[in-house]
Design a protein around this ligand. Structure first.
Ligand code: ZN
Ligand code: ZN
Length: 163
């Protein structure tokens, strides 16, 4: 998506509206590449003031994630407003248009969950036995279970529960 800058330069401080879709296939997210499901809807406004352009950017779309606890596939919906600044060295006054794609990509990164969950109460994968606790119990001999039956731990749990 391109934002024509003629109106932006001509009217400092006055927001110029834009809207459209950006066909991002994927975004980089730390060590991962996350695939988008369909285009990202992007709209907002831009204005020029002092030495930079300010962008109010609203992004909406769907992205493939995996649950941060159990690794199940999730289709996350995002829908968020961002406020971004465009440094003047990226858009010198007089430039005809601004390519919004990198800002939309950034907007998506800011909009998605840091630690997505397949459901709010996902029990995750046991770090000791590898059991997916949403579907199965700890496997025989799992350390996590031994800890639970430790009498001191049971006592502490009682105390915490009674508070
Ligand atoms: Zn999960
Ligand atoms: Zn376990």
């Amino acid at each position: 998506m391109r934002l024509e800058l003629k109106q932006v330069w001509a009217n400092p401080g006055r927001p110029v509206l834009f809207s459209g879709e950006e066909d991002l296939k994927a975004v980089r997210w730390y060590e991962e590449t996350l695939a988008l499901e369909g285009p990202v809807e992007a709209d907002g406004s831009a204005f020029y003031q002092e030495d930079r352009i300010y962008l109010f950017l609203h992004v909406r779309g769907r992205i493939h994630r995996s649950c941060s606890r159990c690794l199940a596939d999730i289709l996350e919906h995002f829908d968020k407003d961002e406020f971004l600044e465009v440094p003047i060295d990226e858009v010198p006054p007089g430039m005809q248009y601004l390519e919004l794609r990198p800002y939309i990509e950034n907007g998506v990164r800011l909009a998605i969950e840091r630690k997505p969950l397949c459901r709010p109460d996902c029990k995750g994968i046991c770090p000791h036995c590898g059991a997916n606790l949403n579907r199965e119990d700890h496997r025989p001999g799992c350390k996590a279970v031994e800890k639970e039956v430790d009498p001191r731990w049971a006592k502490l749990k009682e105390l915490l529960a009674s508070q």
